[in-house]
Design a protein around this ligand. Structure first.
Ligand code: HEC
Ligand code: HEC
Ligand code: HEC
Ligand code: HEC
Ligand code: HEC
Ligand code: HEC
Ligand code: HEC
Length: 681
């Protein structure tokens, strides 16, 4: 053999080997041309032009009706008889109304005479959910989109608080984050450095291209082409998931059907960077709960549950979602027999008949009924979903047991679903715990864990911006401002334009160094001039530096962006009250704050103070009692009530209030002095 050829042969063998590895594990057998970055999206209507039947059937599925403007789908809700929900915990009523100009959720509170003392009407701008299971409603202002407090539950045909709102009613203030939008809708333009702002027009529904990739190349190829639908060969201008490896096929679905507890995006990635044919791990890490109770599953967990099944693990990649589902066809239009037949594609009748127990394995029993049971999910009330963990022993939770899981008493352990082991894995886990603490369950143990993991991981990957940001957040949430500031500075040294870091540093320095705080917030505003929370914070910092005019402008900017921002109204009112002595303007703003949030303690307390000034004792008492009903430890209100009682000559009562105040604030000199005076009177 020619010795000089030898290395070349090895090299080409290696290339070949690598190609096999690459093709089987990574992209399936095909390189799809439409995954290049410059191929445009065209929208469903274009596809409909040639694939009308698929298009029409897809529009009948849940995915085809996942997101829309109110009225675009038939009303299934009850807007006339049982259109009322009462939140006992917060004493808030909700009424759902179909009016001539749209759909509304009206929040109100009434007194003993059934007179409304508070009313807030919000219009529905978008609907999430086909209603196969439920519909949730969204309200938008200036591109900021929030979830509304009441959801329609189709199975029981009832209205009730939205998922999670039964534990914490966020009223109209729960942001619809990019991930939520991305699982339920087509691509939208998400404003960087916002939490829930979408610019441009909002898409309406999951599109063909979410599973097939951008379509321009494919449409160009076939538009005007006379060739008949060609052979069985693969069309490289469009991804057909069947041509992908099993893993990648699963990932097409898992981008939305694997919710986990929390996801952490890879550096520089966001949910909209995923394309069919990519690995989900190129974009994000999905954390699931380690040691999850068997029956505990979540609404969007199909992708995780199915992988626990022996059917899945023992069939070496021949089972994917597509084995049982054609995503263009509604599940409801499929008979149970269709699904049971899928079981029999793999399970031979003979081996089943041989089973001793239960005996009906032989006579075409309903396999799904026993092995893929429906049950309540741990995250959404009033609905039952199919548990995709196919198994022998079925231990599904009922709604009551599922409810019990809502109230987590112990800290859970988060595990990377895909178990990646790159150097940044530890950092992502640390980020996951920090975010879990912030958004899901404020259990201090998570922060402790997060800091250990992040400090360890950042030693190996010192340039990890998101890692430093999470470390800084964790310290800040623990109240360790100095360590937080140091970590934030590391973020800024990696990226001086990190808006959130400027914002957090602004908050961190607010009390101690208001000028520094204002400078950071100004920098944040320079990076994103449209964030109402940053403007409000900037207003506070300016007020502390005695720039009253600047503060007023800042609060007004916040309110121009978010006209429901109760705290900004209250701040503006305080500014008018304490800086300008303008009682009328103050009352207007405090009232607006209370209209947005009837339990806004600061605004209520401010109103009580104004009532004292204008000698309206009844009003002062009224407002102070409202404060204490929300927060019994709001000590200043006991002071107001003591003043009211003393003015009325009810000295014993005044003393009782003062003692309550002093119990909360033993060193309150004013209260102690007033108590001495009382005893002298
Ligand atoms: C102008 C007509 C036309 C339009 C528009 C069109 N297609 Fe096609 N498509 C075809 C034809 C013809 C075939 C079958 C021939 C082939 O496979 O190359 C096909 C095949 C496909 C396949 C199967 C490919 C394979 O290799 O198995 C998919 C998936 C597909 N189209 C999706 C889409 C999507 C998604 C859109 C919209 C973005 C779309 N098509 C728009 C004409 C069109
Ligand atoms: C862009 C996110 C997204 C992707 C990608 C996605 N799904 Fe879905 N899927 C959803 C959502 C959201 C729903 C619920 C929609 C509703 O009812 O409002 C859903 C519902 C379904 C349903 C039940 C709805 C019905 O009417 O039949 C099936 C089955 C389903 N998906 C299968 C799949 C399969 C299989 C894949 C992968 C090939 C996939 N999905 C990919 C988001 C997605
Ligand atoms: C990881 C992706 C993902 C995220 C994030 C997500 N969902 Fe879902 N959601 C789904 C999937 C998938 C289903 C369908 C479950 C099924 O049919 O079994 C679903 C179901 C629903 C439904 C019921 C639809 C129906 O009738 O079947 C509503 C309503 C809903 N989600 C609202 C939301 C809202 C609001 C958010 C954000 C605050 C959110 N979801 C976040 C994936 C997601
Ligand atoms: C949720 C993911 C998903 C969405 C959304 C989706 N498809 Fe598909 N599509 C698939 C999968 C998976 C296959 C392969 C199905 C199979 O072979 O069992 C497929 C196959 C196809 C094919 C090949 C022919 C066939 O019937 O298998 C065409 C054409 C197609 N899709 C067009 C469309 C069009 C047009 C839309 C939008 C109206 C659309 N798809 C929406 C996942 C999706
Ligand atoms: C892609 C092939 C495939 C499909 C489809 C499939 N299975 Fe399986 N299943 C297997 C394999 C392989 C095993 C492991 C060997 C065995 O027990 O036969 C298995 C095991 C099982 C087991 C035993 C699980 C355990 O924990 O030991 C049950 C129960 C089962 N399957 C039920 C079903 C049902 C019900 C369906 C339909 C909803 C179904 N399978 C669909 C391939 C499949
Ligand atoms: C072995 C067959 C099988 C596989 C594989 C499978 N499913 Fe299902 N799926 C079912 C059955 C059976 C139902 C219930 C149908 C019914 O209600 O009649 C169902 C229902 C659903 C529903 C409707 C809502 C619900 O939970 O009841 C969604 C969504 C869904 N599957 C998504 C997926 C996704 C995503 C995958 C892949 C990760 C997948 N399925 C894999 C058999 C399967
Ligand atoms: C009435 C409920 C019920 C129905 C219907 C049913 N199964 Fe089962 N199946 C069971 C139970 C319970 C077991 C566990 C038996 C045991 O552990 O000895 C089981 C065991 C199995 C196993 C595991 C066998 C093994 O080797 O351990 C398979 C595979 C299976 N079933 C498939 C099916 C398929 C396919 C169908 C539909 C034709 C079906 N089952 C219908 C209840 C049911």
């Amino acid at each position: 053999m020619n010795i000089r050829l030898f290395p070349a042969i090895i090299a080409s063998l290696l290339v070949l080997l690598f190609w096999f590895y690459y093709s089987s594990v990574y992209s399936g057998a095909v390189d799809f041309e439409n995954l290049a970055a410059d191929v445009a999206y065209v929208g469903n209507e274009e596809c409909a032009y040639c694939h009308r039947e698929i298009y029409q059937s897809f529009l009948r599925t849940g995915m085809g009706r996942s997101f829309y403007r109110p009225g675009a789908q038939p009303d299934i809700e009850d807007y006339t008889d049982n259109n009322h929900v009462y939140d006992r915990q917060n004493n808030l009523h909700y009424e759902m109304i179909a009016a001539a100009d749209g759909y509304y959720q009206v929040e109100y509170r009434e007194n003993d005479q059934a007179v409304r003392t508070h009313e807030l009407r919000r219009k529905v701008d978008y609907v999430v959910g086909s209603g196969n299971n439920n519909r949730t409603y969204l309200a938008s202002e200036n591109g900021y989109i929030n979830e509304m407090p009441v959801t329609w539950y189709s199975e029981k045909a009832i209205w009730d608080l939205s998922p999670g709102f039964n534990r914490l009613n966020m009223r109209f203030n729960r942001p619809v984050i990019a991930e939520c939008m991305h699982c339920h809708n087509d691509y939208n333009v998400f404003e960087e450095f916002s939490v829930n702002r979408y610019t441009g027009s909002i898409a309406e529904g999951i599109s063909c291209e979410r599973c097939h990739g951008p379509g321009q190349l494919h449409v160009d190829k076939h538009m005007g082409a006379t060739d008949e639908a060609t052979s069985a060969s693969v069309d490289r201008t469009i991804v057909n998931p069947v041509h992908l490896s099993a893993d990648l096929q699963m990932d097409v679905c898992r981008q939305c059907h694997l919710q986990g507890e929390i996801s952490v995006f890879k550096t520089g990635k966001s949910s909209s960077d995923f394309r069919p044919g990519m690995r989900l791990t190129d974009i994000k890490t999905v954390f699931i709960e380690d040691g999850l109770p068997k029956g505990d599953f979540r609404i969007a967990s199909h992708g995780g549950r199915i992988s626990l099944s022996t059917c899945f693990t023992a069939s070496n990649g021949s089972m994917t979602c597509i084995t049982c589902h054609n995503p263009h066809e509604p599940v409801q239009e499929r008979s149970r027999t269709y699904f049971n037949d899928r079981c029999m594609d793999c399970h031979a009748t003979e081996s089943l008949t041989a089973l001793q127990e239960p005996k009906n394995h032989s006579n075409n029993g309903d396999c799904v009924q026993c092995h893929m049971r429906q049950g309540a999910t741990a995250d959404i009330l009033h609905v039952n979903f199919t548990d995709h963990w196919i198994r022998k022993k079925i231990d599904i939770l009922n709604e009551k047991e599922s409810d019990a899981l809502f109230v987590r008493k112990t800290a859970l352990k988060l595990r990377d679903f895909f178990e990646e082991e790159d150097p940044a894995a530890v950092i992502r886990q640390g980020i996951a715990y920090t975010n879990y603490y912030e958004t899901r369950h404020s259990e201090p143990a998570y922060l402790v864990r997060a800091i250990i993991l992040l400090e360890q991981g950042l030693q190996d990957v010192p340039e990890h911006l998101e890692g430093y940001y999470a470390l800084a957040r964790a310290f800040q949430l623990q109240g360790k401002d100095q360590q937080a500031a140091a970590a934030y500075q590391r973020v800024l040294s990696l990226d001086p334009t990190h808006m959130w870091t400027c914002y957090q540093l602004g908050r961190l320095y607010l009390d101690e160094a208001p000028e520094r705080s204002a400078a950071y917030l100004a920098r944040a505003i320079h990076l994103n001039p449209d964030n109402p929370k940053v403007w409000k914070e900037y207003g506070d910092a300016l007020l502390f530096t005695e720039d009253v005019a600047g503060a007023k402008t800042a609060y007004e900017r916040a309110l121009a962006l978010d006209s429901y921002f109760a705290t900004a109204y209250n701040r503006l009112g305080e500014l008018e009250f304490y800086q300008h002595n303008d009682l009328e303007a103050a009352v207007t703003n405090f009232t607006r704050a209370i209209n947005q949030n009837p339990d806004h303690t600061l605004a209520l307390h401010n109103m009580a103070n104004i009532a004292i000034l204008s000698k309206d004792l009844d009003q002062a008492e009224n407002y102070s009692k409202r404060v204490l009903a929300v927060d019994p430890e709001f000590s200043a209100s006991y002071g107001t009530l003591a003043t009211v009682s003393r003015e009325r000559g009810q000295l014993a009562e005044a003393e009782t209030y003062l003692r309550k105040l002093i119990a909360l604030e033993p060193n309150n000199q004013q209260a102690l002095a007033m108590l001495r005076q009382l005893n002298d009177e």
